[in-house]
Write a protein that binds this ligand. Structure first.
Ligand code: B16
Ligand code: MG
Length: 217
């Protein structure tokens, strides 16, 4: 049904949002204000610098470009510390099984993530070998909803974008897929991801068993 599948990372394959949150909250604490899980929702799928700008907006703080750079580095240092402890147990339900199922059927697989830490995360999860191509935050200039990250993924897999399906948990990612001429499967809340062609709660639902063997990863 498709020749290439492109996966977002955070929110689709692994829930790294909570580690981003821990690191951002620690930074906010240091700056003297509270950063709540609700605030954190605004950072999903958003680049590191844009996330910091949102956080500073929440705290009502303005800093010089140099300080911004330092704060972003500090947050990333903590974040990398947290994700270095990730194990394959952190994979979301059905992720490994669905990727394997696609590979067995000859479908090419790419990652299309805004995260500059994506290769490290794939490595910690033990799934690097399941990908034919990895496009991360260091390889793109324009953030989602721009389709650049997914078009690059399609290019590296050598598959026509019209024969690709994107799996995404963020509204901006669904828009990026559609702008790139690809089909989009939303992973998450159907009301939030209404623009997607289909919506599933997790990748386990994409398996023929519908996730009956879920949790047996
Ligand atoms: P990093 P995705 C995104 O991952 C996260 O959802 C977002 O919260 C984060 O700020 C962004 O990656 C950049 O991450 O600081 O590691 O470069 O959903 O695009 O896989
Ligand atoms: Mg995501």
């Amino acid at each position: 049904w498709c020749k290439g599948a492109i996966f977002d990372l955070d929110g689709v394959i692994v829930d790294t949002a909570r580690y981003h949150y821990l690191a951002w909250r620690r930074l906010a604490e240091e700056l003297g204000f509270e950063f709540t899980p609700e605030h954190n929702e605004r950072l999903k799928g958003v680049s590191r610098m844009r996330s910091l700008e949102i956080l500073l907006e929440v705290g009502g703080i303005s800093v010089s470009p140099e300080e911004k750079q330092q704060l972003a580095e500090k947050k990333n240092h903590w974040y990398v510390e947290y994700i270095s402890a990730l194990t394959p147990d952190a994979l979301l339900p059905g992720a490994r099984e669905f990727l394997t199922w696609l590979r067995e059927r000859g479908v090419k697989i790419a990652l299309g993530s805004a995260s500059k830490n994506a290769p490290l995360i794939l490595d910690r999860l033990g799934i690097t070998g399941l990908f034919d191509a990895v496009v991360d935050g260091t390889m793109v200039e324009k953030a989602k909803p721009d389709p650049e990250v997914f078009l690059k993924g399609a290019g590296l897999m050598d598959v026509d974008p019209r024969e690709c399906v994107v799996f995404e948990d963020a509204v901006a990612g669904i828009e990026a897929a559609r702008r790139g001429g690809m089909k989009a499967v939303g992973v998450g809340d159907p009301e939030v991801l209404a623009e997607a062609d289909w919506v599933v709660r997790s990748l386990a639902e994409c398996l023929p068993t519908g996730g009956a063997s879920e949790g047996s990863s």
